[in-house]
Design a protein around this ligand. Sequence first.
Ligand SMILES: [Zn+2]
Length: 81
Amino acid sequence: MTVFNCQQVLDKATFYLDNEVIEEEKVAIDSHLRECKACAEEYAVEARISSMIISSDWNPISTEDLVQQAMINYMQKRDID
Ligand SMILES: [Zn+2]
């Protein structure tokens, strides 16, 4: 099983958000983000920058919600495009 450290996870951020990581990397990143708030926050920021999904009803409750919502919005936007 692949395990990434913080640096590796952050290096992969743009690829992950563009869906350009292999399944094994995605799983490793997902599990890291669940346990590492610092990286989860970085991903949330990256997702926001990548997709410009900020809106007036953006109201995250916690870091987990923030990153999860960012991912969901990003994926939905990609689907529409
Ligand atoms: Zn980390």
